[in-house]
Design a protein. Structure first.
Ligand code: ATP
Length: 220
C-alpha cells in the first residue's frame, strides 16, 4: 500500500498586521492542496523590507488571535527565536527536518512577493526544499523579470495532484476562489488616519490592536 505523506505549507510574511486576505488565502490554500497544515510565520527581520514599526511579538500575538481555532492553520513563532535576518531557506530546512524527506512541503506566497523571489537568499535552495505555490492577488499582475524566469524554468506544473507527486521542486500558480484586495499597507494607513478597518481584519485582531494603540490607532 502506498504510504500517505504529510502535506505541509509554509506561509511567511511580515503580517503587519495580519488581515483577512492572509487568513482566507491560507484556508483556501489548505483546501486546494489538501494540506494537513499551513504554518503562518511572521518574519522577525524581513530581509528585503524596512523593519516593521510593530514588534514581532505583537505581530505574532495578532496572528494567533486572527487564526483563533481555524482548523489546520498554525501561528508559528520560530523565526522570532532566530537571530539575524529571517531567511525562508532556514525555515524550510527546519520544517523539512521535522516532517521528513518524503513530506510534500510547499512555500506559499502571493504574486507580489513571488515577483521578487530571485532576490531572496539562496533562491535555488528554496526549490530543493519545497514546492513554490503562487497565489494570485488582485492589483498585482506585473510581469516576471528575466532572473525570475530563469529560476523557475521547467518547474511549472498545472495541478495540485502533479505537484503532490513529489516532495519539492515544482511551481504551481493558483487562483483561489476568494481573491481579496486587502493589504496591510491599506490597513496601517486607515488606522493611522482614524478610518475604519472593520471587516478587513478579524474582530479579535481589530479589538486587540485598538486596545494596544498599534499603528497609531486610538481606543474607541
Ligand atoms: P504590505 O501591504 O505591508 O506589503 P501585505 O498585505 O502584502 O503587506 P505581507 O505580510 O507582506 O502582507 O504578505 C505576506 C504574504 O501574504 C505575501 O506572500 C503576500 O503576497 C501575501 N498576501 C498578502 N495579502 C494578500 C492577499 N490579499 N491575498 C493573497 N495573498 C496575500
Amino acid at each position: 500500500m502506498q504510504q500517505v505523506q504529510p502535506r505541509v505549507a509554509m506561509f511567511g510574511g511580515t503580517f503587519d498586521p495580519v488581515h483577512l486576505g492572509h487568513l482566507r488565502s491560507a484556508v483556501e490554500l489548505r483546501e486546494a492542496l489538501g494540506l494537513d497544515c499551513v504554518h503562518m510565520l511572521p518574519a522577525a527581520r524581513p530581509p528585503l523590507r524596512e523593519v516593521p514599526g510593530v514588534s514581532a511579538e505583537h505581530r505574532l500575538e495578532l496572528l494567533q488571535l486572527g487564526i483563533g481555532d481555524t482548523p489546520g492553520l498554525v501561528a508559528d513563532g520560530r523565526e522570532l527565536k532566530r537571530s539575524g535576518p529571517s531567511y525562508s531557506a532556514d525555515t524550510l530546512t527546519e520544517l523539512r527536518a521535522e516532517y521528513g524527506d518524503q513530506a510534500r512541503l510547499v512555500m506559499a506566497l502571493g504574486h507580489d512577493a513571488f515577483l521578487r523571489l530571485a532576490d531572496w537568499h539562496a533562491p535555488e535552495r528554496l526549490f530543493e526544499l519545497a514546492h513554490v505555490v503562487v497565489m494570485e492577488r488582485p492589483d498585482h499582475g506585473a510581469a516576471l523579470s528575466v532572473a525570475l524566469g530563469e529560476l523557475i524554468a521547467g518547474r511549472d506544473v498545472q495541478t495540485a495532484d502533479q505537484l503532490m507527486a513529489s516532495p519539492a521542486g515544482g511551481l504551481l500558480r493558483l487562483s483561489l476562489p476568494t481573491r481579496m484586495a486587502v493589504s496591510a499597507t491599506e490597513v496601517r494607513q486607515r488606522l493611522a488616519s482614524g478610518r475604519s478597518v472593520r471587516y478587513l481584519l478579524t474582530a479579535e485582531v481589530e479589538r486587540r490592536l485598538l486596545a494596544l494603540g498599534l499603528y497609531g490607532a486610538g481606543d474607541g
